[in-house]
Design a protein around this ligand. Structure first.
Ligand SMILES: [Cu+2]
Length: 122
């Protein structure tokens, strides 16, 4: 009986360690600078891909969101730090303009704050 408890305990510890320290594949993408602006395409399908977008400070940025997901959950994208709450029509590329004058990390989310992505401006 003690052995079972020990084995289960070790399994839980191993799982927690994996969860916190294991390398999870979070898609990160650096914006491509073209001319005077930088552009990143973000696919919206059960979440955001890439989930982390890295932008260069001071260059006007455009995030092109394409929502494949049919659920109403993801039909808005919210950048609360930028005062943006934009509708994402399904299967259309929707451009969201981002002010990159202030470096930092900023979350974006779906309209219900369930799915998240992150902007890194540096
Ligand atoms: Cu949602």
């Amino acid at each position: 009986m003690k052995l079972i408890v020990l084995v289960i305990g070790l399994a839980i510890i191993a799982f927690v360690a994996w969860w916190f320290f294991g390398k999870h594949d979070v898609a990160e993408e650096q914006a491509k600078v073209a001319g005077s602006k930088q552009v990143v395409d973000v696919q919206v399908n059960g979440g955001y891909s890439p989930e982390i977008v890295v932008l260069k400070k001071g260059i006007p940025a455009v995030l092109n969101f394409t929502r494949r997901d049919g659920s109403s959950c993801l039909d808005h994208v919210v950048f609360s730090d930028f005062g943006i709450n934009q509708e994402l029509p399904q299967n259309q590329k929707e451009a969201v303009n981002i002010d990159t004058s202030k470096p930092g990390e900023y979350q974006w989310a779906c309209g219900m704050d369930m799915f998240h992505g992150k902007l890194v401006i540096k």
